[in-house]
Design a protein. Sequence first.
Length: 416
Amino acid sequence: MTDTIQILRQVFDGLEGPDLEALRQVVARRRIPAGTIICHEGATEHEFYIITQGQVSISKRFVDGQERVLSIRGAGDFFGEMALVEHKPRAATVVALVETELLVVTEAIFEQILTRNPIMALALLRQVSSRLRQTDRLTIVDLEKKNEELRRAYQELQLAQAELVEKQRMERELEIAAEVQRSILPTCFPELTDFSFAARNRPARLVGGDFYDMRLIGEDKLAVLTADVSGKSVHAAIFMAITWGLFLAEARHSTSPSQVIDRVHNLLIELTGVQGMFVTAFYAVIDTQSGRVRYARAGHERPLHYRQGKVGRLPGDGRFLGMFDGFSADERELQLLPGDLLVLFSDGVTDAVNTAGEQFGIGRLSHIVQKRAPLGAQAVCDAVFDGVLAFQETAAQFDDITLQVIAYKENNFRGR
């Protein structure tokens, strides 16, 4: 009894004598197990609670849907008064943290106390105001935190938008670069009585680094070029276009492959100055009347030469173009015989890997050429491409795949 009187006097400051005793007689004592929800936010309830023992948590759900604890209250504290004063649903949820004992004051008794004891009402109002200020501070802190989160989210959104715009710009640049590359690759080949040609290209990305060309540079001279620019970016596409243009221009001034390659190398160093960019190339000039081939190699894969059932690799050394001074191409010659094939390819063919990490290799390439050569240039080209793609299965393609096949008097060969 004494504890109840002391707690009531603490809560209702100014309530004395008969009024205090009368209140003690009408309040109900209630024990609440730990974890029990005493008040539900949004519910309409008609009781005012005073804690005599234990602890409760006061929590509220905010606009972001998350529930936050506003305060922890213990013996001598009270809650539930605002719903009775305003006649509105509960503004917060109250949960017993441990086994808790409460004094329960009904709405009717609560209103009688406030009506008959203005001093007590004022004291209660002071405590309510203090708690409202505390709640306001918590709300302000929460709003400031949310404003900061919104500010960061807005900054991230701006960055993401800028990145999206940049991504779209780069994608458009890559599309333009891909169009440049496609415009460079020939769509048809010279029509020559003693020669047939086939070629295919499959870039690893939208923009590749491989390119090739076959065109007449006189009445009886055929220029053959296959090359690979380092990188797969827009810069690589531009570098490729420059290199192709230089080869095309220099081929009209000289029929010597070594002179053309030397000149292109020097011009690349002089004109571009792009650090880290280089080109590997194989360039040949074929006399269409005699079948005599003169060629030079600049770091590119050595072509395959098929003759009478055997496959070998063309000899010749050479360093890549466009990076270091002091370059000099090694020019070689080859006399084609009826039925001969030349197979020019990029390292994307031999370096293709399957799901087990194995490389396609020069051996598999040579075997396909040897088997399909009697069927002509197009048959060899298709068989090699089909073989590489079947070998890769679902493995990713990491490099461009480019192939050129030149057959000399293949009809004579087939007719034997």
